[in-house]
Design a protein around this ligand. Structure first.
Ligand SMILES: Cc1cc2nc3c(=O)[nH]c(=O)nc-3n(C[C@H](O)[C@H](O)[C@H](O)COP(=O)(O)O)c2cc1C
Length: 321
């Protein structure tokens, strides 16, 4: 079977694949533009950028995207959330995804601009609330996803309750690595998937080579949860940093740039994410999803999308989905 298209409000992508926004600076114009060009939805991570940097990334991604669908992901928890969303709206972004918190205001800003708003949710209650406020779709992230986690349940367990709670499209995220994984969640009723980990390990991802190599070397035993200053657990790869955090011996933050609305101050999340993106994976934080041990190569986005489509076709022809 061919993969179905995905419609979110007024926007339709040829493939039901959203490349998850990955901060800081992992999913920028090269990755998002390539995903959009290949028929998916490419998402630029805005958290950790200035509004001007975000504008520049959107323009650069547009130049790559060949008319494909581009969105931004901005964490509600970042202090310049409103400025970043407004910059993306000014640039006529196709859709806005927001996670790590809930903002009522963003529904008004996007509605006025006619831009679909897609919150990331981890419960039927928040999914329902999002629909009430005007969400065009919801991304349901399980505790098997990469980055900050808002639930204790894996996505495949969460999905039925969310599908029952809302009538807008539901996008599944967490431990989706292959075309056969996509077939599985679409057969359960999801309209599409959001994938982070698999896209972080592509040629176009702006993560450092050391970051990508950590993904290739990872086993299930290397995956840990850290208590992020954002106020949520974060799924990451074990490193000297995560060992220090677990032992409670990480030195105090030396310099604070006040990047979050509220910070737990266990460590500087911005500093540690920037470090890993630049290549210091010993003192940086490498976020990952639960499926990282199934990532064995660094393909181009074009190669990866062709592979996902072929695997999906094989899984659905074989009656596995
Ligand atoms: C390195 C990395 C960074 C991420 N950064 C963000 C982020 O800034 N905002 C967000 O909402 N989600 C973030 N995520 C979550 C992804 O957008 C996506 O939902 C998740 O990775 C899906 O799970 P998977 O990694 O198992 O595919 C991040 C994930 C990874 C792996």
């Amino acid at each position: 079977m061919d993969m179905p298209s995905l419609t979110i409000g007024r926007v339709t992508s040829r493939l039901p694949i959203i490349q998850g926004g990955m901060a800081v600076r992992v999913s920028l114009a090269p990755l998002a533009g390539a995903v959009a060009r290949e028929g998916g939805i490419g998402i630029i991570a805005g958290s950790g950028l200035t509004p001007d940097e975000l504008r520049a990334e959107i323009r650069a991604a547009r130049a790559e995207a060949a008319g494909g669908v581009l969105g931004v992901n901005i964490m509600v928890a970042v202090r310049n959330f409103a400025e970043l969303v407004k910059a993306a709206i000014d640039e006529k972004i196709d859709l806005v995804i927001a996670g790590a918190g809930f903002s009522r205001d963003v529904f008004d800003w996007t509605r006025e601009a006619g831009i679909p708003m897609v919150p990331i949710v981890g419960s039927a209650r928040v999914a329902k609330l999002s629909e009430k406020f005007g969400a065009a779709a919801v991304v349901v992230e399980g505790n098997d996803a990469g980055g900050h986690l808002g639930t204790d349940l894996p996505v495949r367990e969460l999905l039925p309750s969310i599908l029952e709670a809302v009538s807008i499209p539901v996008i599944a995220a967490g431990n989706i690595i292959s075309g056969s994984d996509i077939a599985g969640v679409l057969a359960s009723g999801a309209a599409g998937v959001q994938m982070g980990t698999r896209f972080a390990a592509t040629v176009e991802s702006s993560a450092s080579d050391a970051f990508k190599q950590m993904y290739l070397d990872a086993t299930d035993e290397d995956i840990v949860l850290v208590d992020s200053p954002v106020g949520l657990p974060g799924r990451s790869l074990r490193s000297p940093l995560t060992e220090r955090l677990a032992a409670g011996v990480e030195p105090r933050i030396e310099r604070c740039i006040v990047c979050l609305k509220k910070c737990g101050k266990q460590f500087c999340i911005m500093d540690k994410l920037v470090k890993s993106q630049l290549g210091d994976v010993e003192d940086g934080l490498v976020f990952t999803g639960g499926g990282v041990a199934r990532v064995h190569d660094i393909p181009t986005v074009r190669e990866l999308m062709a592979r996902l489509v072929a695997e999906y076709g094989a899984a659905t022809e074989g009656g596995l989905a």
